[in-house]
Write a protein of this length. Sequence first.
Lengths: 818, 164
Amino acid sequence: MPEPGPIVGTSPIRKEGLAKVTGRAQYVDDITLPGMWYGATVRSTIARGCITSIAYDPAIDWSQFTIVTAADIPGENTIIHLTKDHPCLASENINHPAEPILLLAHPDKNVLHAAVEAVHVTYEDFPGVFTIEDSETGAAGDTSKVVWDHRGHGGSPNTFKTFLMQKGDDPLADSALQAAFQSADFIVEGEYRTGAQEHLYIENNGVIAEAFRAPNGSLDSITVSGSMQCPYYLVHALELVFNLPAEKCRVIQTETGGAFGGKEDFPSVIGSHAALLAMKSGHPVKICYDRAEDLIATTKRHPSRTRHRTAVSRDGKLLAGEIEVAIDGGAYATLSAVVLSRATIHAPGPYHWPHLTVRAKAMATNIAPHGAFRGFGAPQSLFALERHMDKIAKAVGLTPEELRRRNFLATGDHTATGQHLTDPVDMQGLLTRALHESNYHAKRAEFDRTNLTSTIKRGIGFAAFMHGSGFTGSGERRLNSLVKIKITPEGRPCILVSSTEFGQGTNTILSQVCAQTLRIPYDEVLVAQPDTAIVPNSGPTVASRTAMIVGKLVERASESVLATLGLPPHSAPLLSSRSAAEGSASPLDEPSNYTADQFRTTADQFRTTAVAYLAAHGSLTAEARYEAPNNIFWDDDQYKGDAYPTYAWAVYVAEVTVDTLTYIAEVKNFHALQDVGKVIHPILAKGQIEGGVAQGIGYALYEKCVYVDGLMRNNQMTNYIMPTSADLPPIHVHFEETPSIHGPQGAKGIGELPMDGPAPAILNAIEHATGIAFTEIPLLPEDIFERMSCTPVGSNEVGGTEDFKPAIDHDTRVEANA
Amino acid sequence: MTTVHFKINGEEKSVAAPPMKRLLDVLREDLHLTGAKEGCGEGECGSCSILMNGELVNSCLVPILQAEGTHIMTIEGVAHLVEKNEKLHPIQQSFLEKGGAQCGICTPGMILATHYLLDKYPQPTLLQIQEGLAGNLCRCTGYMRIFDAVQQAGRQNLTTGVAE
């Protein structure tokens, strides 16, 4: 039944919800095609070296198998992301553990495990590079440590990408920055590190591929179905591997059991592999990794090291900053350059810096390539910044709150890239509300008192941050996204987009926007399965761009449908002939004020009009293509301009306990306040924030990828620990809804934002609880034990925050003395 | 091969399978009941959860031999047909309304874990819910919407008696 009232801003049931709660939703491993075979991958057992021989154990009857090596690739042996350094299958050189060398397919999946073990590969083994520091040694000239030197790329060895971001156009910017350091009252330095993080979607990566031959036997086309975020990325990868035109590479997204960035770039690898086996075997081939293989072979969040050097005045004004960001990209370039870009732009946070230089680099190591993961570089650099802000506060003698208040960006300010903030920005108000909602001040005082006599230390801390919505810089211009709405024979709108649903609510929110614009019930709107043979390229489902960018295009395409049908647009009166005749809209004419009956009336009117149009004209498909706002400009060379159309802004507050007997740190309460513009679907939006906060808590306190010689050794859910329902605190979600002109009904991006704030808020709270300034995540009990039991009591000099006398609130004391 | 007899979602079944074949694989491959998912294959994630004689078990850890003579309920048996129309179980309805399902891959297992929990505690406390669902991992929701859904289903128990 149609629901009454407004649509955007309410919480209708998710489009594919019924299939999910009844177990009928078809994920790729639930699908079996006639004659389908199963694929498996033979992987390197070393991190770096050369293949010297491949032998097949005679105990196996290999004639029953299809075997694919690099020599079988009809096109280029590359997985295209931003460059072509990443081979589809290793043929000579090995650059990371578990690198794919050879593929096997067989009708019985149960024989594959033994067959993979029966392919014996020998190597000449070279020493590997596994840390950013070792990689830097290679970049600086130690040729024994050069592990990536892509010909024609230019730049330094081992260096995928560098950025230099400098505030201001002044050619003397650098000397002004140095002068600011010379005159500063305080110079505060710090180094911060974050570890790799696994997405741990509950559905592993998986695909089914089919290859079709022309009558003359030549390869005609490829179809890959599977779990993924970005069908057109895979189309592009297949074009190169198979030397086929795009229209011969069809990609279909099946129901996707979680992604978080882990199914952005990787499906290009597994999709190409399955398609090669399908081509050679003549059968559809399914490859679904088990958990152990998914964990060693697929991407993780980039580990990072960020160094801050900050000039601060006595009254707590940031005068100048030098920030160095280094991320570990793993063995191949994949998306590291764009991850680094977002890390660079988010490194200065929501603060005004008179002078600022950010130097950033993505380095190569002999670890499986790191890739996209919710937040995409921002969680790394914002962790460093928001820990560093607490350090500066301590050095200057201000509270963490007051230091930030003296430096927040506000409406009309310019960011470090020179972006003029025209959308309203109210960090002061967000901070006030977040501290109020979390009862921060009272709790801080209470914990200071009770910690003196308790073995369980309690603390409260916060982080202030922002996340840019949509692709960075000129990315949206290049994507040139296209959305279509096709009217079905029954007169219902069907949204055609390549934007995928993987739990975050794409199908639902786009339907809400369409329904609201057309003034028809939500249930009337259909969403096509993302199939590149049918849907246009609305861009990848990444970068917190779907609600804002694609949503806006759906809104525009819906308006175009109305115009074609001769129905009045959103703001004009529709129902009341009286007000239409008078040419003025009454409040009732806003769709948000419609009653259920009025929606049904407009739905009937829409269907009748649409069916009549189809009878007269045959078909109706409306489209909308991205048009960059003419006041948005980005200069890739100078790294200046409008980095994002707009930002979501947030303040997160974490309350923790640290048990000084067991060294376990736990989050006991969490408040997440954000301005994401208009909230399209409150329940889905809260779900996004809560899920992101949970991942952020895992990132801070639980989730550690243990690498030995570049190989993830804890590649099981048994020993890679994500939060369970028993581990999480209450997560209180609060929204401010300042509309942005860039999104439908004022919506901004939301998906990645909640990944940015939890880790620094939690470590800030742990510092409050223990007096220890931890600088690295994940922070496990053994790390806390190490610091609390083995390190001598630190001094409290300026710039040093080590202090093991628990429960002394330096901030309050300093403030009281001031 | 061993022939194993059991009742699944109310129907008698016989399956010939190697005795150590996982119940999960028998469900998915032999019976084409693909609602139970494999997330880890080692009993950590709970996405293969089913009810066996009313007990919540990870079907990836159960050899089919052990299913002899049991009553099994999978997600496919949770909803009922009422005059040819599907009627969702109140738990399913609550998961829909409260946003308890996002990507959906953990949802079948989560719903069966909830079913088991509400059988034990018709109106569970938050702590009982947190502990009762701790064997079922969800990477999307942060669990808060799931707690809401379980509580709503529990409230329905209060008004309509114990869940069907």
